[in-house]
Design a protein around this ligand. Sequence first.
Ligand code: KE4
Length: 429
Amino acid sequence: MTGVMTTESQAIMARARQLFPGGVNSPVRAFGGVGGEPFVVQRGEGPYIWDADGNRYIDYVLSWGPLVLGHAAPVVLDALHDVMQRGTSFGIPTGLEVQLAELIVQRMPHIEMLRFTSSGTEAAMSIARVARAATGRDAILKFDGCYHGHADSFLVKAGSGVATLNLPNSPGVPAVLAALTYTAPFNDLEAVRAVAMQVPLAAILIEPIIGNAGFIEPLPGFLAGLRQIADETGALLVFDEVMTGFRIAYGGAVERFGVTPDLTAFGKVIGGGLPVAAYGGRRDLMQQVAPSGSVYQAGTLSGNPLAMAGGLATLTSLTPELHAIISRRTSTLVQGLRDVMQKADVPFSASSAGSMWGFFFHPGPVTNFAEARQSDVPLFNRFFHAARERGVYLAPSAFEAAFMSAAHGDDVITDTLERLSDAIRVAKS
Ligand code: KE4
């Protein structure tokens, strides 16, 4: 029997599995949700990535959101090349972090002061600490399906029933800490009110559109209702815009929904593919962060000049006009997908906001994570692999959002729809 040829990806992953848990440096990359063997990427350019065996894919994951200009955008590469000539890291203030912060504040005026970190986890974790210090309260409330990074307080799962104490969702998370995090279903104001009236909350923390359970939008009035509950009960309202920031609208969730949080976490797009995140908001709250205040938070590579240059090049290029173009193309893709799935006669619902989109194999509407979990995951998994075999890379999980970039031209979208039309024909049978 001839030996099965080992692909280059398989050979590299075999070595990786000896070195990293699951062979990866972040769990979702291991394809655990969809099964099969992850591939190793060799390079990316524009809307495309190539794996170690030379297979090309149209990429709708875009490094889980950061690459709103596409892979290896020339303007980003030029900025990095220029800045690295002067050194790569100092641990000393540089003008670049000021410039990027001014750009963020200019587009999101509710951000009066901010702090850069190197990951969204750090940003969200720091916000929890600031909220607890500012309110003198320990409890926080999050929503089923929302992900805010892997800090202990956020790795919790809903207990039985609605708005109950939470249980650790990972070994190593102390039960006493998990018990300080309450969970409510997305879009359920009564559940939030039930907790907030019983328990003094430091913060109500939410992804304004959930990107970590697929793509789930707030019902009209839901975010405004959270603002009201927060004001009535003395909790802070926190938007985790690590994924939605500069994607669902030029000015993020505040522009799209007209609700202003007290603190916001950012990430992904503001680094343009380099490790950047940030948290910020009301000046009176942010001034409590060391060294101006006593809430400690720090980071060796926070505000790193390379990362700042990546973010500056990206946000400077992302003009309102370009954002509108990408958003329009995203709508075209989503409508095209609806048509494809209708012809294939499969239960399907899809939506988009700016340059972020997502779908479920579910008739819809999907208004919370429990409903999302009723979608046809086995069909999604077959569709994921059929799409990948036809050169389209979607997130390797039924519960992740998808993204669009400036590099995904109309021709790429047309090509995508043709490929996915064949993929669903195979996946549904
Ligand atoms: P990081 O620590 O991974 O930079 O950011 C955590 C985070 C915080 N908030 C939101 C809304 C996020 O989406 C994330 C990270 N998103 C995931 C994608 N679901 C990153 C991919 C991964 O975990 O490898």
